[in-house]
Design a protein around this ligand. Structure first.
Ligand code: UDP
Length: 370
């Protein structure tokens, strides 16, 4: 079984690394099994700290191809990726194209593959914010409706697909990011020096990330979020902000100077897990970071109006406050730990289940096309 795994953006490196590790493990346990994987990088994220460092720290196979497509508008980026990926798919003729999450790389790969009749498996299928202003929502809906195998992280995701009439080849496998956090947390505790480097004490700082289009492409939203975080950092608790390059350029363009928040470059995954685990509270608009806060047992304030990860809110660990300064401040002052964390995100074996599903479903798909 030949798999091409398509990645392009930071969260996809974390997700794909988990599957790559499961493939290596399967081959180690059963050397006669034929599974090969090549990673194809679209180039969507390209800074060392947003891309290469993840391959190194997560011990991922280097990409076989990097298409170098970045910094274009959505349409041009998606189009150029489709052109590049189509060539790669025609040359390599994989049995599966494996796509992750909800970026332009995900949708471009799913569309290019399906038009060549190459089976597509989607990891993180079924997530919905029900907000079509979010570019990621469009990518998810399109990808799910063309994919052949829908690999869902949660029951909510399965229900979302069922509600859209997608019931065949839908499987709840658990969340590969949970696999990853479980697998790497001990290594992070052992190897990461980030708390010492930043002179931070466990439980005595907050962590923040901001990069969603609805916040950074909307100047009043970005200003309101930064004002709230500046006020907390000045009066109540130090805040560490590993700044996404897209957000950095928007802040620089606005001329705003941050006096109290401690701004740092994006950190590697192990440092991020450490910063999350020891934070007093996390402010974010990231999907992955909301869940990691939940798994670390750290209260989270999500600066969005909705979330795909409703389980984090239902259990009381996560508050949805949007970009409103007063609501962010209020959430900081009232946040508490939530209730028992359920096993909503699986058992840490999602990647193994994904591989099993790909093996058994490929036989099924091939037998149907004979
Ligand atoms: N992350 C990281 N360093 C950072 C910020 C985030 O390693 O400076 C990790 C984070 O721990 C999570 C993933 O990147 O595993 C989330 O990616 P991001 O927030 O960019 O995307 P989203 O999850 O919102 O799609």
């Amino acid at each position: 079984m030949r798999i091409l795994s398509i990645v392009g953006a930071r969260p996809q490196f974390v997700k794909a690394a988990t599957v790559s590790r499961a493939i290596s493990e399967k081959k180690r346990l059963n050397p006669s099994i034929f599974i090969s994987e090549e990673i194809i990088h679209t180039g969507q994220h390209f800074d060392y700290g947003m891309s290469q460092v993840f391959f190194e720290k997560l011990k991922m196979p280097e990409p076989a191809v990097n298409l170098g497509v970045n910094s274009f508008s959505h349409g041009e980026m998606t189009g150029r990726m489709m052109i590049g990926l189509e060539k790669v798919f025609l040359e390599r003729k994989p049995d599966w194209v494996l796509v992750f999450g909800d970026t332009n790389s995900t949708m471009a790969a799913a569309l290019a593959a399906t038009k060549l009749y190459i089976p597509v498996a989607h990891v993180e299928a079924g997530l919905r914010s029900f907000n079509k202003m979010m570019p990621e929502e469009i990518n998810r809906v399109v990808t799910d409706h063309v994919a052949d195998l829908l690999l869902c992280p949660t029951l909510t995701a399965v229900k979302n697909l069922n509600n859209e009439g997608l019931t065949d080849n839908v499987h709840r496998v658990g969340d590969v990011m949970y696999d990853s956090a479980l697998y790497f947390m001990q290594t992070a505790e052992k190897d990461s020096q980030i708390l010492d480097e930043l002179a931070l004490e466990s439980g005595k700082y907050c962590l923040a990330t901001v990069h969603r289009a609805e916040n950074i492409n909307n100047p009043p939203n970005l200003a309101s979020i930064l004002k709230a975080l500046e006020e907390i950092a000045k009066n109540d608790c130090p805040i560490i902000l590993p700044l996404h390059p897209g957000t950095r350029s928007k802040i620089e363009a606005s001329g705003r100077i941050l006096k109290h928040i401690q701004v740092i470059e994006p950190v590697d995954y192990l440092d991020m897990l450490m910063l999350e685990k020891h934070a007093r509270m996390i402010f974010t608009d990231s999907g992955g970071v909301q869940k990691e806060a939940y798994w670390c047992g750290v209260p989270c304030v999500t600066m969005r109006e909705e979330t795909e990860w409703v389980e984090t809110v239902d259990t009381g660990w996560n508050q949805l406050v949007g970009a409103d300064k007063v609501k962010i401040l209020d959430a900081f002052h009232t946040a508490e730990k939530g209730g028992d964390q359920q096993d909503a995100y699986g058992d840490g074996q999602a990647a193994e289940k994904i591989l099993e599903m790909m093996v058994s479903n490929l036989e099924l798909i091939n037998s149907q096309s004979v």
